[in-house]
Design a protein around this ligand. Sequence first.
Ligand SMILES: O=C[C@H](O)[C@H](O)COP(=O)(O)O
Ligand SMILES: C=C(OP(=O)(O)O)C(=O)O
Length: 361
Amino acid sequence: MTTPDAHRVIDQRIDRVVPLTTPALLHHHLPLDAALAEAVVAGRRAVGRVLDRADDRLLVVVGPCSVHDPAAALEYAGRLRETADRLADDLLVVMRVYFEKPRSTVGWKGLINDPGLDGSGDVNTGLRTARALLLDVLRLGLPVGCEFLDPITPQYIADTVAWGAIGARTVESQVHRQLASGLSMPIGMKNRPDGSISTAVDAIRAAGVPHVFPGIDVSGTPAIMHTRGNADGHLVLRGGGGRPNYDAESVAGALDLLRAAGLPERVVVDASHANSGKDHRRQPLVAADVAAQLAAGQRGIVGIMLESFLQPGRQELDPTRELTYGMSITDGCLGWDTTTEVLTELAQSVRTRRASLPASA
Ligand SMILES: O=C[C@H](O)[C@H](O)COP(=O)(O)O
Ligand SMILES: C=C(OP(=O)(O)O)C(=O)O
């Protein structure tokens, strides 16, 4: 307190302050060893090569809408690893391991914020659980993808991540654009919930250049971050404003916007969210449309995102009822069987695209 009256003006709406572990301490207890660090570097490089079309495979970011049960997420990762290996000639599979949920109004904000699923907000446990799971997924041999929402969480987990997203609700935020400019992995910028694509294009441009902003360093100390800019920014089409934007015409329009902005013409299509009207049963239809575009030779689509878990659909987080194992508590997900069918179809479409294009294209 700086003056005797400070208590009258400081933290008037803060109920409680709980110490937070530092990134360095978490890394100390849950280290990324040399082999895993090499896997992260290789994963980021592989994603970058697909984005640059030096590799003609399709990037597939697939996994639960959110992780609420690490055991179920790890079981999912084990299954995904086998499928990813089987389809590795055509698909670069990155597992969605999402711990931070941006909410339209209120709701569960993800495992880092509330690992107890009960509003108790034990962020220290959340960070520890999240990092442990990320390391486990890496050990299984899968690269991971996360959304970065809170500006300080990357110091705790970003060293494990091969692909990141800035979500639809934060893509216009300067804080998130600055953050993306310093993140070490390729970052997908979602179009805004109202469907605005130009906002995401602006975000790619903003994150592509250096910034200076206050943050924390790995020791947890406040620090002025001088970033280099992220050249691997790309657009993620997730639909919005009541309409999808995965169809060929929308994709062509988005590629035009990127070209006009002097950016690489490449998009990832999110088959979920407003592209499926949040109905998981529609994701295969979106994927089939994307597959048809690929088979017709569309090279501007470099990736797809699917929300998928062990069980299809979603369930309410209701403290009075036991949760169904392997089912989403946020947006509805494809079940495992449908996921493998969709991935197999996408791999076939990549082969068709490859066969239809000259080798040097
Ligand atoms: O991906 C998950 C949700 O779409 C996102 O967190 C927003 O959810 P909400 O609109 O239910 O808050
Ligand atoms: C919240 C998400 O997506 P969006 O930002 O597109 O709503 C998500 O992918 O989990």
